[in-house]
Design a protein around this ligand. Structure first.
Ligand SMILES: C[S@@+](CC[C@H](N)C(=O)[O-])C[C@H]1O[C@@H](n2cnc3c(N)ncnc32)[C@H](O)[C@@H]1O
Length: 176
């Protein structure tokens, strides 16, 4: 997934000998149009490090939606403390946006996921980045209720409320 079609085209060209890969343009703030509970793993490296806080929170929240119960997300994110929003993140070391391990953990918890393992990584500076493995609980009431026949019809997914909550909207600029 990528928010720029041209970057997907570069990947498709580079990986043309692997017909089992699918390329999906995304809206830049969540995993739509990926269906609910459809993937066992999400991997993202060297992209979220540049994302603003609201984008990180938005992707984590949607990770809970797309992950199957027990699924895992391995995400490489910033651990660079620089909450000054008047300075463009492009001026920070290696273009890292403001994020800390602790703040990321709060967003993981807010999304209803659990941190399984984390390592801080040196990247030009000591502990500039963090690699976090988070999981979706196998007993997530979100899905237990959503998949119960009694609730399926009135499920929040596909409802006008859900469509409204997930439709593209302006978030902080994240210009590359
Ligand atoms: C530094 S590149 C790294 C690409 C790839 N992970 C790699 O290691 O080669 C960051 C990628 O994130 C994409 N990107 C930027 N903002 C995004 C967003 N909000 N949602 C999804 N992808 C985004 C960019 O288009 C770019 O392809």
């Amino acid at each position: 997934m990528d928010v720029f079609e041209s970057n997907l085209e570069i990947c498709a060209l580079r990986l043309r000998d692997h017909p089992n890969i699918a390329y999906q343009l995304c809206n830049g703030f969540d995993f739509q149009p990926q269906p609910d509970a459809s993937v066992t793993a999400i991997f993202c490296y060297d992209a979220i490090v540049h994302f603003s806080r609201d984008l990180v929170a938005s992707y984590l929240k949607d990770a809970r939606r797309v992950l199957k119960p027990g699924g895992m997300a391995l995400l490489h994110h910033s651990n660079y403390f620089w909450p000054d929003t008047t300075v463009h993140y492009g001026h920070n070391p290696r273009g890292r946006n403001h994020m800390t391990q602790a703040l990321f953990n709060e967003y993981v918890a807010d999304a209803g996921l659990e941190v399984v393992e984390q390592i801080l990584m040196d990247w030009e500076l000591p502990s500039l980045d963090c690699l976090s493995l988070s999981s979706a609980s196998r007993l997530d009431p979100f899905w237990l209720i959503g998949s119960h026949p009694k609730w399926t019809k009135g499920s929040r997914f596909g409802s006008s409320e859900h469509r409204e909550a997930t439709k593209p909207r302006a978030l902080s600029p994240n210009v590359f």
